[in-house]
Design a protein. Structure first.
Length: 228
């Protein structure tokens, strides 16, 4: 499927503006798991591939799964091994050591688990407590965090720790903030894009700084579990 021009622009906003906001989360997880040379990592819903690049920069062999054609195309520009669907069986010389997934559906998680080695780490991540996140307020009450522990338990995984990471969303100006937040797909869109942008711009005003930048503090939570 060839991405539409609009989808490509939105994907580029994600890659150029928004995706970097989650770097503290990725780095905290990689530090905790000591991801490095010899490790094989699979990113579920990998976006434009930044998390994979960070893992590759540590010496790991990284691959990804991304359903959105526009984001997948950008990820492939950065890293060749990005597919539309999870591998049905272990790919390459051996199964993956780490599966990284942001708020996955039970179906997507179940489809990806067979490609992870027994004892391998499965990392689930999502928004932290509502009172510690400003983006849900800006987006009009959503998104709400998933129960990561229940997701891990439902997949038959063995708990192996959790953590919280400060991931502020910082933008040079309101225009960048609007483009970045719309690229997440979390803001409810309508048939009137101009009205959507107007509403989001107004919601961001309380978070503008004197220099015109926008600062949205957030806490993200991750859970580490092991495939039995």
């Amino acid at each position: 499927m060839t991405p539409t021009p609009t989808a490509t622009l939105v994907a580029r906003d994600w890659a150029e503006i928004q995706e970097r906001m989650l770097v503290p989360l990725y780095e905290a997880v990689y530090d905790r798991l000591e991801v490095g040379p010899g490790d094989r990592l699979l990113g579920l819903d990998c976006g434009a591939g930044l998390a994979l690049l960070l893992a590759a920069g540590r010496g790991a062999a990284a691959a990804g799964v991304e359903a959105d054609p526009a984001r997948r195309a950008l990820a492939r520009e950065r890293l060749l091994d990005v597919a539309a669907d999870p591998p049905a069986a272990p790919a390459g010389p051996r199964p993956y050591d780490v599966l990284l997934a942001f708020s996955p559906s039970a179906q997507a998680l179940d489809a990806a688990l067979p490609s992870v080695r027994r004892g391998g780490a499965v990392v689930l991540a999502d928004w932290g407590p509502a009172e510690r996140c400003t983006v849900p307020v800006v987006l009009g009450g959503g998104p709400s965090p998933n129960d990561l522990d229940a997701t891990a338990a439902g997949a038959g995984l063995v708990p192996d720790g959790s953590g919280r990471v400060f991931c502020p969303f910082g933008y040079a100006d309101v225009d960048s903030a609007v483009r970045g937040l719309l690229s997440t797909g979390l803001y409810e869109t309508s048939s009137d894009p101009a009205q959507v942008e107007k509403e989001l711009t107004e919601a961001l005003h309380p978070y503008e700084r004197p220099d015109g930048s926008v600062w949205l503090p957030n806490i993200f939570r991750y859970v580490i579990a092991r495939r039995p």
